[in-house]
Ligand binder design. Sequence first.
Ligand code: MF3
Ligand code: CO
Ligand code: CO
Length: 259
Amino acid sequence: MAIELYGPRHAKALRHAGRTAALTLRHVGERLKSGLTTADIDAMVRRDTETRGGIPSQLGYDGFPAAVCTSLNSVVCHGIPSKQVKLVRGDIINVDVTTEISGFHGDTSETFFIDDSDDVSAEAKHVVDVSRRCLAAGISVVRDGSRVGDIGAAISELAHAEGCSVVEGVGGHGIGRKMHMEPHIPHHGRAGTGVRLRTGMVFTIEPMINLGSPAIVFLPDGWTIQTEDGSLSAQFEHTVWVTDTGCEVLTELSTDPSD
Ligand code: MF3
Ligand code: CO
Ligand code: CO
């Protein structure tokens, strides 16, 4: 299948989907604190998404049993919310929100500190900071004519320079009328290789950065991916829309609190 391109006539709906996912993620992020369970996060995402008129894209996707992925400490991604998992001061947790609204999907995630940055270890702060900067580095090379490998190269160079590793095998993805579409966006790779990016493509960049080895294991639930060595992992994700000179980050809210 060819990669779908989206044009000016899709702008309103694409922006609406990205913004709605981002607003739900911000809503949840502002409410995280020790003592909550990851099932509480799921409930917040369901309620907030519904209030905004959206549908949680992840609920029931390939049988995924929740509305959001909650990935705690050494969980790399796809953590399933649970009543048994309580947030503890000093934890780091990635919350990954995907919302369908106006016929399109927006996908975004952040790793948060519990309860705040002073409560987490220097190592945790480091991996979170590196993963945030890796996402920015990946976004910075996106424009019409660059290649998928440019994104992975930018991300992995930064991660390695900071003493961290990049998870392979799970990556970003095209997104639009469906949550997961072509192309696959690896977070490692060589500059100048891979699919050429074109104006109108929409995809996610979502580097998973480990403090230790890049090796991962699946838990018996079939979803949760964890670091093999038990080291901390962090992730940030945005949905981007390629333009001639760069990209529009569809899931970015302005820092203005009234946004
Ligand atoms: N939002 C996730 C991503 O970034 C989707 C995970 S698939 C699920 O691609 F089924 F686990 F939700
Ligand atoms: Co994604
Ligand atoms: Co996501």
